[in-house]
Design a protein around this ligand. Structure first.
Ligand code: SF4
Ligand code: SF4
Ligand code: SF4
Length: 361
């Protein structure tokens, strides 16, 4: 009798354990299937989270409202954080597809520039809430990131912001984050870039960089008044706009960014502090098809032969899908090319979305 009870108990416990194991397996399967469903959105979720976290810290910690809308409607900054985080996730989902990347880069960068200049126009028209510090208004010229601190003799917020982006995303400033470069990109991309490389590219680039540094030093040394320096800087900016509307438009390359802007030249050197790179693998057939997609003069015949883009490459990614053998790839230590590209996009798009929400100038 006793032994039959024992066998019943053993059978029961076996059945219980089997049911538990089955339940555990079912739960695991359910979790895995849910994870699979979210896999395509993984990069978007990252961009969403990073954007939301950075903006939340700014909203929470910085006393003066930095998220623009907060200055008009109290607590609306939190709503804007959600909108911008969704924007980052959406943009990433579009740009992750290499065939959509160039189109969405152009759209989003142009939008960024419109928001920036829109804020600036409203700010200088008397709506000071649109400006970061109305009393410290400066010309919206990238060259001042270099010239400004040399002339003033101290470093300001803008160069720190600039260097931070170079540390995090290399040359992304010149492909997604600069309000001025978006105009050059828009104008240059109205046609296909000429295949021939820009003549005397590096001597010209160095000359403009040298001119800006030496001028700022001389202005400082001879105590040239701010009003005169501002007027000269404005002339430099107008000349830049003319270069965009004439040369960039004709050669369909971003001549202003690649040749004239000293920040572009500086970036082409300091970008190497960041580990992201682009390379061309040995499957390349040297067909030169990709040369027609680079507005930064970084994919000419000699670059293709050398199997790496020119120094003016900004990692924009416009060229990726032009290659029929998929030879153009991103590189980051420890990651495969796809993961490296996705990581670069997550970082760059998150910074882009964060900048979009903040008051400027
Ligand atoms: S090169 Fe100058 S103008 Fe062009 S995107 Fe870079 S910083 Fe902006
Ligand atoms: S080589 Fe490719 S990634 Fe680099 S700037 Fe040119 S188009 Fe952009
Ligand atoms: S399109 Fe591809 S195969 Fe052709 S030159 Fe460019 S990298 Fe090489």
């Amino acid at each position: 009798m006793k032994s039959s009870w024992l066998s019943v108990l053993v059978v029961k416990s076996i059945i219980n354990n089997a049911t538990k194991a089955q339940r555990h397996q079912d739960t695991q399967r359910l979790i895995n299937s849910q994870m699979e469903r979210f896999k395509p959105y993984k990069t978007s979720i990252w961009a969403f989270t990073i954007t939301a976290c950075i903006l939340s810290i700014v909203q929470w910690k910085v006393e003066k409202p930095m998220i623009l809308i907060e200055r008009f409607i109290p607590y609306s900054g939190w709503v804007m954080i959600w909108i911008l985080a969704f924007y980052a996730a959406f943009l990433l989902s579009k740009m992750k597809d290499p065939s959509q990347s160039a189109k969405w880069r152009k759209y989003s960068w142009t939008f960024f520039s419109i928001v920036f200049f829109g804020q600036l126009i409203l700010g200088v028209s008397g709506y000071e809430k649109f400006l970061m510090q109305a009393d410290k208004l400066h010309l919206p010229l990238p060259a001042l990131i270099i010239g400004g601190p040399i002339y003033r003799g101290h470093i300001s917020f803008m160069p720190i912001l600039f260097i931070s982006t170079v540390i995090l995303a290399g040359p992304a400033w010149c492909s997604h984050l600069c309000y001025f470069g978006a105009i050059d990109n828009l104008v240059a991309s109205t046609g296909k870039p000429v295949r021939k490389g820009i003549k005397l590219l590096w001597p010209l680039k160095h000359t403009f960089l040298f001119l800006v540094i030496v001028s700022a030093l001389l202005f400082r040394f001879y105590n040239i008044p701010v009003s005169l320096v501002t007027a000269l800087a404005a002339l430099f900016g107008i000349a830049g706009l003319l270069i965009i509307l004439t040369i960039s438009k004709n050669v369909n390359k971003m001549f202003h960014c690649v040749v004239y802007c000293p920040v572009g030249t500086l970036i082409s050197y300091i970008k190497y502090i960041n580990p992201f790179r682009l390379y061309i693998d040995n499957n390349c057939t040297e067909c030169n098809a990709c040369t027609k997609t680079c507005y930064y003069d970084a994919l000419n015949t000699e670059h293709i032969k050398a199997r790496k883009p020119g120094q003016s490459c900004t990692l924009c990614g416009d060229c990726i899908t032009s290659c029929h053998v998929f030879s153009i790839k991103y590189k980051f230590p420890g990651l495969n090319p796809k993961q490296a590209r996705n990581l670069w996009l997550i970082i760059t798009i998150s910074i882009h979305a964060v900048f979009l929400g903040l008051a400027r100038l």
